[in-house]
Design a protein around this ligand. Sequence first.
Ligand code: SAM
Length: 211
Amino acid sequence: MGTSKQEMMERHLIDRGISDPRVLQAMWEVDRSLFVPEEIRQQSYEDKALPIGMGQTISQPYIVAYMAQAMGLGPEDVVLEVGTGCGYNAAVLARIVSRVYSIEVIEWLARLAPENLTRSGTGNVTTRQGDGYLGWPEAAPFDAIMLTAAPPVIPKPLTQQLKIGGRLLAPVGTNLQRLVMLVRARENYFVEKELMPVKFVPMTGEAQRRH
Ligand code: SAM
């Protein structure tokens, strides 16, 4: 028998500092087992990234909750996620904000995520396939932008799609990655803060070429 959802909530989220009631409610509402392959469903609530096939992973619950809490999201916010994967993080965000736009570069995941999102009863996520380097200009500006794949440096086009006061949260780096929060304080003035060391898959495509 693996970890229960109740144990995940108490031991891995609340005991480790997740206290935002809207984040906790969203983590409780989303059935993570709908986003993991059937063979490993009993591990759905373990606090670790799990393999979902072809070298890809579903994010660790604590990190999903930590990132959502760190961004200080509100019910009216519009958020861009780069790296939809299987759609789990988008399903959590969608329960906290008004709309989520999410881009995934790998075709089979870009097809799988909307199916998972529908099965989980998530209606306010718009997904598309593509390289997230250039963001989603037609839907910009965003209150928050979250990357779930690590670029060597934060892509400039994404910073330009933040509202004034908007926050971008990204794992940044190659071997050693750190979670970086960028706040657009004014049109051309950004404040950067390092939160903690992390380990995400690398952001592929243009982010690697431009570096
Ligand atoms: N958000 C996912 C979840 O809820 O479990 C986890 C995503 S996984 C850690 C990172 C994802 O970023 C992978 O699916 C990967 O294909 C995607 N990715 C990598 N580079 C990308 C890029 N340039 N544009 C969009 N997605 C990218």
